[in-house]
Write a protein that binds this ligand. Sequence first.
Ligand SMILES: [Zn+2]
Length: 384
Amino acid sequence: MQTISVKCKLQVPVELRQEIDRTLRGFADACNQIYEVATAENCWNTTKLHHLVYKAVRASTGLKANHVCQAIRRVIGNVKAVKQVHKFRPTSINLDIRTFQYIEELQTVGITLMCGRVKFKLSIGNYQLALLKGQNPTAATLNKTKQGDYYINICVYLPTEPTGRTPKVIGVDLGRRDIATTSTGKAWNGKQIQNVRDRYSKVRANIQRKRTRSARRLTRRLSGRESRFQKWLNHNISKQLVREAKQFNAALAFEDLTNIRESLNQKPRSKTERRRTNNWAFYQLRMFTQYKANIAGVPIVFVPPAYTSQTCSRCYHFHPVKGKSYRNGKIFKCGHCGFEHDADINAANVIAALGASVISPESPGMTCQLESQLSLFPTSQICG
Ligand SMILES: [Zn+2]
């Protein structure tokens, strides 16, 4: 099962806005109180914390019983996730089976506020309808945006297909010139996207020079539009990646980019280039691909990123001289076997080969993940 959250806009009559806001304030207030007690007592166990705070918090906030239970969970969850917790603000509340209900026939949700159970109509499109069809969700989060709109994120479980064992692997290289290139030769050209990003970035720089309030507001709006664009794009690419893998009954292999910032930033880079690598776009693309692959039953493997772009995908050699590479911009030309290929596709091929060695350790010459790395890389130092 894969959990995803479906974001739905709520239709809120004017007179009910203050009721929601009051509950949101109560919830934030409860969280802040609970956090204070938990810190003072150094208690981070849900049950123990419940005994410590429940009665006092209910009495002082007027929240319903399950609101307080969820506030305790929110506090503990937040502390585990971010370590340093700032003040809780009245912008969202967690709902559970006792405080939330989705009624499919009517396209409404029932939400328990401080004043009691209230029904709200959803304004949603076919995308949300399809995801919610036949679901009986038991958890949701109610959010208020800066613009004053109300949304509910409904948690649904989607069945996943069993991931079969497959010897085939499609390697995916995430680059700067192209956003993504696969070992099957598909590429998503980053040029148009980069133009959009550069344009936003230029506009932002101009605005930031003027340090007025309205300028700051404009910056926020711009970055929102930019990130929505990126999100749309990443959904698109990840969908196509998973579809292709499914079609070929293959696994997807990515580089493990956990520490990519450090390694990429060792070399001096221009400001523009640094901005391109230090964004969360790649992270988001992998995350989207991961959950879509999970639903479709496509296995995903992560391989170590060292040398993938400099290694020949035919003979697995890389340049013997430190700091030199067979890669020259868009072209890869192996000095050992003479193999010449598009540099990004070559890298994707190497990633696919590494992925295959992880997935099927019994493939010849590669017995485990570690050994596969050893057998792939140091050869050029011996033979080269
Ligand atoms: Zn070669």
